[in-house]
Design a protein around this ligand. Structure first.
Ligand code: NAP
Length: 319
């Protein structure tokens, strides 16, 4: 059977199915592998099944001579040198669709958590500080009737917008070509969205164009009562400028699932109370992580059979 290397264990059901179709080796450690470890352990594999945190660059690709496919256990694929994989005629696949609703749910979890100070309030209550109802205790910001700005009207952006209808929200969005016809919304320029939104939720992929899309100038445009939510990729925001905006109360708060240099956080972020910090768990439910595994399984099967995989991202390669 053909060799596939998986860089970290995934949920049991898709893993078992995968073991039936190939000679599967996987990292059994309770940590991610370094690039050198991936190179060593994946040496003879035809398919590298990897995580969004594995940097699959020219060095890794060149070190795996039998490689036919890179199957990413994520919808975003900014961790892979797509251009080089394409030159080498290596298929790259992702997991679109199956994580859309789960990630949209988490964006909303961040909206609630930061606007209503859920994490702060939980800590407060646990620490025994709740000594009675008080008119000005832990006041937050309203969600109902406010304006939600969606940056990137793709699958997840649309799913986040759909959920807002129950909250009587006005929806603004930016995108280059996609439209949000399913929900009552208005397509606007980014500056207008930043100036007029109470909640700004980021849903663009990380590309050269979107790196540091939100930086000092953009924070200056935002309302001082605005909340910024990021479930896209950390580097879409200039984290240094975000830290300043939060410290100086230029904006009211932020809800973050992703970070520029994750898993490292920028120094000072954890000291702030006007930010909710999650460890990149946007798609983190058992159902969704299994579904992502099954999508990867289909892509692996196709690559091993010499067919075009269903979720090919580097269109144009020859199989
Ligand atoms: P998608 O359907 O491809 O949506 C991305 C949207 O961004 C597209 O509609 C695209 O539309 C728009 N876009 C791209 N460049 C833009 C720009 N410069 N300005 C404005 N809009 C732009 O992808 P998705 O499935 O919704 O996922 C979005 C991203 O979420 C992924 O790439 C991934 O990085 C992130 N994600 C994170 C988690 C997590 O665990 N936190 C989970 C899933 C996904 P146009 O091309 O028309 O502009």
């Amino acid at each position: 059977m053909k060799k596939v290397f998986l860089t970290r264990k995934i949920p049991q059901e898709p893993l078992q199915e995968l073991q039936k179709i190939c000679d599967l080796e996987f990292n059994t450690l309770d940590r991610n592998l370094t690039q050198d470890e991936i190179i060593r352990q994946a040496k003879d594999c035809e398919v590298l099944f990897c995580l969004l945190s594995d940097k699959i660059d020219k060095r890794v690709i060149d070190a795996l001579p039998k490689l036919k496919g890179i199957v990413n256990y994520a919808v975003g694929y900014n961790n892979i040198d797509i251009e080089y994989a394409t030159i080498k005629n290596i298929a790259v696949t992702n997991t679109p669709g199956v994580l859309t609703e789960t990630t949209a749910d988490l964006a909303w979890a961040l909206i609630f958590a930061i606007a209503r100070r859920v994490v702060e309030a939980d800590k407060f209550t646990r620490s025994g500080k709740f000594v009675g109802w008080a008119p000005e205790l832990l006041l937050g910001g309203d969600i109902y009737g406010k304006t939600l700005g969606i940056v990137g009207a793709g699958r997840i952006g649309k799913a986040v917008a759909k959920r807002a209808s129950g909250f009587g929200m006005k929806i603004l969005y930016t995108s280059r070509s996609s439209r949000m016809s399913e929900v009552n919304s208005e397509r606007v320029e980014l500056d207008f969205l930043l100036e007029n939104s109470d909640f700004i939720s980021l849903h663009v992929p990380l590309t050269n164009e979107t790196r540091h899309l939100i930086a000092k100038r953009e924070f200056e445009l935002m309302k001082s009562t605005a909340y910024l939510i990021n479930t896209a990729r950390g580097a879409v925001i200039n984290e240094f400028d975000l830290l300043n905006a939060l410290r100086t109360k230029q904006i009211a708060g932020a809800g973050l699932d992703v970070y520029e240099a994750e898993p490292k956080l920028i120094e000072g972020l954890t000291e702030l109370s006007n930010v909710v910090l999650l460890p990149h768990v946007g798609s983190g439910t058992l159902e969704t992580r299994s579904a992502m595994g099954f999508i990867c399984l289909k892509n692996i099967q196709a690559i091993l059979d010499g067919k075009l995989p269903p979720n090919l991202v580097n269109i144009g390669i020859k199989i």
